[in-house]
Structures are given as C-alpha cells and as structure tokens.
Design a binder for this molecule. Sequence first.
Ligand SMILES: Cc1cc2nc3c(=O)[nH]c(=O)nc-3n(C[C@H](O)[C@H](O)[C@H](O)COP(=O)(O)OP(=O)(O)OC[C@H]3O[C@@H](n4cnc5c(N)ncnc54)[C@H](O)[C@@H]3O)c2cc1C
Length: 449
Amino acid sequence: MNPVVIVGGGLSGLAAAVYLSSRRIPVLLLEQRRFLGGRAYSFVDESTGTVIDNGQHVLIAGYTRTMEFLGTIGTRGRLAVQSAPELVFHHPERGFCSFRLPLLPSPLHLISGIITTDLFSAADKLRMLRAGAALRSFRREAVGGMTIDAWLDSLGQSAETKRSFWEPLAVAVMNERIGVASALVFIRALRTAFLSGRRGAALAVPTVGLSDLYVEPARALIERLGGVIRCGADVAGSVGDGENVAGVRLKEGETIPCSALILAVPSYRAPALLPAVLRETGYMAPAASIPLSPIVSVHLWFEKEVMPQEILGVIGRRIQWVFNRRKISHEKGHEQGRGGHLSAVISAAHAMVDMGNDELIRIVLEDLESIYGANAGHTTRALVIREKRGTFSCTPEVEQIRPGCGTPVPNLFIAGDWTDTGYPATIEGAIMSGERSAGRVAALVEGRK
Ligand SMILES: Cc1cc2nc3c(=O)[nH]c(=O)nc-3n(C[C@H](O)[C@H](O)[C@H](O)COP(=O)(O)OP(=O)(O)OC[C@H]3O[C@@H](n4cnc5c(N)ncnc54)[C@H](O)[C@@H]3O)c2cc1C
C-alpha cells in the first residue's frame, strides 16, 4: 500500500502522523524546510548559548487535545502548569494587580476571582460579573458576526475593563485587535478556560524549548513506529487519477504516490496544492487571501534580574506580555545563567512589525523601565524575532470560510490551525485538526481492508 502523505511538518502535520503511525498506517511526512515544527520551534542563540523559541507559546490546562498529545509523545512533564489559575498584570495607575481563581467549582471560582481582584473598581466588578454570566448563558446566534469589541459593548463593559482585562487577554488569545477579532471564537476559548473546570484557565508553560517539547519527541515516536519524515521536500502540487488524489509532486520534479493526502499547510499555501479538479472550480480559493497577523518578540538579557514575576500582563503600554525566561525555562543556559533574561511579546503587531530592531528594543526598554525602574536599562544582549505571518486573523468574516477537514475528493483532507476547529490559531486547534483529518483517513484506509 502507498503511504498516507502528509504535507507540512508543523504541529497539525505531526499530530496527524503520530495518530496514523500509532495505528500502524504507513505515513510519509513531507516538510519543505530543513527542520520540523512550523510556527513552533526553538533554536540556540549562539551569542548566549540559550535555547530560544520562535515566539513564547503558552497553553492553558483546558487544552485537552494538546495535553493528550504530549502524554502520547511522553513530554507532558515538560510543562509547568499553575496549581490555580492566576494572571498578574501591571496597571499604569494601580500598579501590580493579580486576577486569581481559587480552586472552587466553576463558575464560583470565576465569581470569586472577579470579586477579590484589585484590578477593577467596584462598578467594574459588577460589569465583569455580568460578562461572566453572559459567558455561561451564551447563544451562538446572538454573537455570530460580532467583533469582540461589539460583544463587550453589548454587555456594557467600560473602557477601563476593556483596557485592563479584555484587551490584554483577547490579544494574547486571538493575536488580533478586539475591534477586528471574532467574538464567537473568543467566547469559545473563554468557555474552555473559565467554564471547563476549576483549573481550565491555569497557564501551562513549556520548561524546555518548543522543539524539545513537541517536535523532536513527535519525530522520534513517528519514526519508531515506522513512519518516514523527509525535510527539505517542497511540495508543488498534487496529482489526481480521476476521482482521487494519486500523489504529490515536489518542486524538483519527483512524484510521490499516496493512498490518501493530508495538506497540513498554512491557509495561504493550501489552495495552490489542491488537485486540478478542485482548483478549476475555485474550491477553497478564498483561503489564499485570509488576512494574517504578525507577532514580534524581543529578548533582552540584563546584568541583573529585573523582574520578580514569571509572567506579566502589561496594561496601557506598547508591550503586552513579558516572560521571565530565567524563571520559566529549565534549559541549559537559563537556570544556571546569571543576570536576567526577559522576552517581551507584542501580538497583533501590525503597526510595529516593520520598525527597525533598534526602535523596537528602545520601545521595550522604555516600557520595562516604566514598570521596573532604571535596573531594566542595563542590557547585555538583545534579539528581535518577527513572525510576519504569525497566525491567521480570526475575524467574523474569516470564521465563515474556515474549511472542515473533508473535501469533495474522497481521499484528500485539510488540516491546520486555520481550519474549522472553532478555536483561534492555537496549538490546540492545530493538533485537533491534524487528529481529525487523520481519523478520517484511518476510517477510509481501514474500510478498504
Ligand atoms: C510567535 C508565535 C507565538 C504563538 N503563541 C502561541 C501560544 O502562546 N499558544 C498557542 O496555542 N499557539 C500559539 N501560536 C500559534 C501556533 O504556533 C500555531 O497555531 C501552530 O503552530 C500552527 O501549526 P500548523 O501545523 O497549523 O501550521 P504551521 O506550523 O505553519 O505548519 C505548516 C508547515 O507546512 C510547511 N509547508 C508549507 N508549505 C509547504 C509545502 N509546499 N511543502 C511542504 N511543506 C510545506 C511549513 O514549512 C510548515 O512547517 C503562536 C504562533 C506564533 C508564530
């Protein structure tokens, strides 16, 4: 039997390959780059010897598909999960404020968290309780087509609750501004976090680089189970034999036969890789122009430790979240290192992604100094990472055109964080989509036996 070909070695492709090879279905995974991981990988910064991710990735305990995937590849223990959900913010007027959910049954934990936080005034606490109630009784029809901003307005949220809670949370979850991003998708993510159990919203942070958490262990498992992985294999298109996909064609000309095909590539790549029979009808053509949203990360190394917290949400400034890599990471060069190492994240960085490195570093330092004082001024190294095509922009319009995993061609399936997972662009969505497509392939292959 020809193998199932999976195009794309990001997390959706790796999850599909793990799923199929665990069922002894032969797979061949083709990745155009020289390394796996797609938008979630790590590398060594030669100047400091530290392992750096292409962008800080955070999960929540409520992401069940990801947790199970990590269990399967054996790296669940490389995540540090909060014992109780807690977000710490720095507010320009109120200073450091914590939003902590006690270990009470949901939704009591949410109510208690809102009442006890020092982040909101008494009037805003009432507004937040109203939003919490709306989250519980939410009806899809009532929010379809709305942006997050419009939804918050419909719940009477004040400008201050938007600034000090909704915006930092939404931009981290959606990688998009609240005036543009889909309320429906945000609400689903919030329900997973805040209503799926008392620890659903607990942050789960990798203690190792992304390649050691996801990529290399997944590769090792796939290969141990007999799957084949080829990096540097740039797929130019797929070929049909009438009703089905018969194989894929590489840029260099080689044709590789397949029994079924999973395209696990980003939205802007997928339409061109479809077989002619679908391309001619314009199937999935709008996916090629789904808007994208950039993410900028700025790593700074300091002579001294400057940040007591592990993670900080920054309100009312240009940086949004700061991660204390020295405290979070157990990688070599972090625990043993001296001084501080922070990573500042700017999501939905449309207005900042094209700024020069010096300007970005200056902005981050200014913001850090306004929080931590002059100590934050003495850096020993800085590194800027731009992910210009960080994620798809999850607007209400895009939500309408996200495809499911099946296609009109019976042995062709689509995976990726941008497909119809119900989630924003997340690792959870990527893994879920890969497993869904693989489940459909397995049913097809097992039905043929
Ligand atoms: C900076 C940053 C921070 C993020 N933070 C978080 C976070 O905190 N939490 C979270 O859950 N998610 C986060 N995400 C999102 C998460 O990384 C993605 O949702 C996920 O990695 C997407 O996986 P994927 O497999 O769908 O796509 P990708 O990772 O893009 O994988 C697609 C793969 O297909 C390959 N490919 C494309 N075309 C071809 C071709 N023609 N032939 C062969 N191969 C091809 C690509 O090279 C790529 O490896 C973040 C993303 C970024 C960029």
